[in-house]
Design a protein around this ligand. Structure first.
Ligand code: ZN
Length: 173
């Protein structure tokens, strides 16, 4: 199974461009327009950045915050049902400013944030990342009680393996 989907990228250099970089999808390809004077290092840095931006933009359309909240309600129903409102978040949002983690949770105000990098992953992996954060609303630390809650989700182990594989290939710190 492929864990990363890298589109074919076509870089076009333009002498008229000074600083601006833009990117758009053209069928299966992504065209990235950069200034002609960019170095190779700048080029590859900007290609990565524009691909992430494009994925975030497209992912946001497909998987909204509202959908994430509905997903949370379903997961609570299935796996944390006896906790009821104790497991219910005040808000669940997709965020793009979270680079070292897949998700985070603030038990004090009951907010959950999920990284946009999870948006393109299979549903069962998104469910794991979300359930992990929901379980933190009940047990804040990674202790045995916490992992027992997470283990109620049948694909926890597999999802953790999937995420480790993605982190390894993307060299996420
Ligand atoms: Zn955790």
């Amino acid at each position: 199974m492929a864990v990363t989907r890298k589109p074919v990228v076509e870089v076009r250099r333009s002498q008229r461009r000074r600083r601006t970089v833009s990117a758009y999808r053209d069928g299966e390809r992504v065209v990235v327009l950069i200034p002609d004077q960019f170095s190779r290092a700048e080029e590859s840095e900007w290609v990565d950045r524009m691909l992430a931006r494009l994925a975030a933009r497209e992912g946001r359309l497909a998987r909204s915050d509202a959908e994430l909240l509905a997903r949370a309600a379903r997961l609570i129903d299935l796996y944390l049902t006896e906790y009821g409102s104790a497991a219910a978040p005040a808000s669940v949002r997709w965020v793009t400013n979270q680079n070292g983690r897949w998700g985070s949770c603030t038990p004090a105000d009951r907010t959950i944030r999920i990284s946009h990098r999870v948006q393109d992953m299979p549903d069962w992996v998104i469910d794991y990342v979300l359930l992990h954060e929901l379980a933190h609303l009940i047990v804040p630390s990674h202790n045995a009680d916490f992992w027992a809650l997470v283990a109620r989700y049948p694909r926890s182990e597999r999802a953790r393996g999937y995420l480790e594989g993605v982190a390894a290939t993307a060299a996420i710190p």
